[in-house]
Design a protein around this ligand. Structure first.
Ligand SMILES: [Zn+2]
Length: 94
């Protein structure tokens, strides 16, 4: 399968759709480790709907480290953790 990396997706600029149901338009929080500084960074710029869509379409989910100004894609393990969180209806991925 071709892996097309779409890096123009900026997590912090994604606006939740106006008419989405409340559950799907809730923001989801997850933690990913910055590859530059090695610190776990909390991410909360995605709605559940946006994450579900990215998972379904096999697109990159990006995490961001503010101090480093670095954007990186979640790895397979982190993506499956996100999928479990969404399926379970929770808002936070440890
Ligand atoms: Zn960093």
């Amino acid at each position: 399968m071709d892996e097309v990396q779409v890096q123009e997706i900026a997590p912090l600029t994604l606006a939740p759709p106006k008419h989405a149901s409340r559950a799907r338009s809730r923001l989801i929080t997850f933690v990913s480790t910055c590859p530059a500084c090695g610190v776990q960074r909390s991410q909360n710029g995605y709605t559940r709907r946006a994450v579900a869509r990215l998972l379904e379409t096999l697109q990159t989910i990006d995490a961001y480290c503010v101090p480093c100004d670095v954007l990186w894609p979640l790895n397979a393990e982190e993506r499956s953790a996100m999928a479990r969180v969404i399926a379970s209806g929770q808002d936070y991925a440890p």
